[in-house]
Design a protein around this ligand. Sequence first.
Ligand code: AGP
Length: 622
Amino acid sequence: MHQLSTRQLSSKNDWEEDIVRKILAAFKAPKTLDQHMCSILGYAGSSQAAPLLVEGLRRMEYRGYDSAGVATSFMDRILVKKGVGRVFEVNNAVNLDSLPGDVGIGHTRWATHGKVNEANAHPHLSSSNGIAIVHNGIIDNYLELKRELSLSGYTFRSETDSEVIANLLQRNYDTTRDFKKSMITTLSQLKGKYAFIAISKDGGLAAARFQEPLMIGVGKHGYFASSDILGFVRNTDEVVYLDNGQFAMLSSKAISISDFEGNPTPHQITKISKEFADADKSDYVHYTLKEIYEQPITILRAGGMTTRELDWLAASIVRSKNVYITGSGTSFNAALIGKYLFSKYARIKIESLISSETQFSPVYFDSNSILIALSQSGESADVLETANIAKDSGAEVISITNVMTSSLAHMSSISVSLNCGPEIGVAATKSFTSQLAILYKLTNKLCGVLDAPDFNQISNNISKLLLNYSYIQQIASELKNVSDIYVLGNGIHQYVAMEASLKLKELSYIHAESFPGGELKHGPLALIDSNAYVVVINPGDSTYASMSTATHEVKARGAKVIGISNIPNEIYDYWMPLPTVDEAFYPLIEIVPLQLLAYYSAIERNANPDYPRNLAKSVTVK
Ligand code: AGP
């Protein structure tokens, strides 16, 4: 493994702790409904729960890292420890993993509303301390329930909507003295999208799912309930996926699953692939860097989808009159490249939809329509909403996702896996090139005009580009104090420019803006002066001449130019060389050095690439 300068940089914990403190200090949020994207985890078994919960939360904290907490039931009491910060920080401060008891719950929070403080951190106790809960999602009718419970003497310690679940369960338990019965009553009273896990002081554990991810891990020494496989993958590879509207009662020896009316429902144990277990950094200092370096392999795996899957997808698209493609963030950038390829090579009329905008845009889905939905996590609320809107209008939904157990895969008539292994780094990297690999194969299938990419050659080219990291580090150090960067690309490259500017924004916090080179003179050129840094994506293809013109225009205004191209050119202040490949396939390789540039810019600015401020890996709320 080549030496990575980040090793010297990071006496890991010191600068991380410093970063977290700076981020938390900077993060002030309005006080309203406590919607959040978090990770929740529970355990009932014969081992001490707290260490298992802390280890599982560490693996899931890419879902949210503002606060963390654990609660266990022990000797007819519930013990709670929680605090502001990442799991390792809170554990260092209050020893979460020392809590006794073999039944417990844990939580990491990503606050969208409600301050980042200890009171709003989960777990939340009922006012009589008999029940504790952790929650992911939104309780829409929380205000009305809170008023009702307050009138019956239940008190509240936080601003969150989640705490209502604890007191509601407590009230129903106080009347029934039966944990399962009180769950059924509580579930009939809650409105919203949620997954929560509750424990009672006498050691009961219950977990319910309604439109937020939740699964059960079937272990040798007990049962887990978790938002994500990563919560328990080190302890078992056997999982039961809860469906919407189901809840589970877990004890050290038994599991029972019912619908919200309490009717027992059958369940199936599924084996999860071992690759989830190795979702660790191995000897990379960050997941993001590891995932960038995995691309020579993952692009081969994505490209290896079965012909049957390909035929299915292509047949569905060909038979549809109206074709739509959608996604959010990086997945939307991939969708735009898909649209370009289908239109240019397969001559298919296709419309792209930014998922968060679908509800506002005049889209006429009908039974002759097909929606191709791209989502790494398969849980992005905006993408799921677009898919629901399409399905409600009779359209077919097919999806390309990295989580075949996700809500999106479940609601699609056909779902194809990116097969790139768990992506932990919040910034999508390997999933983007895998999405492109599948879209290229699909285009080839749909038209035959575009040859199928030679993924071995692409993979080798990416490996060579990754070897050039030290030069990219040097450029990143030049950008250390730069506040604005412009990324230009023409034709298909404009979408790679959009992805590159997104990576620079979310990893290095540089304000990066992308636009087609031809748009410069229609306004953006006014921004260009000798302080400006401009990245031009300029391989030797049909866009070369027009992008060279744009490059001269910015150079003439004194800008520093970073050229991404297979053709050297004196006009570049920094040249990131590309291998020469078939014109159509440049997007598959030219994004890689730009991912590395964003990563090393983050390092140069002491930002934590794996946990960018204010972001989370899967955006499960609207
Ligand atoms: C990309 O780096 C970001 N993490 C974000 O834009 C992401 O692509 C977006 O939230 C969509 O996520 P999905 O692919 O899991 O739906």
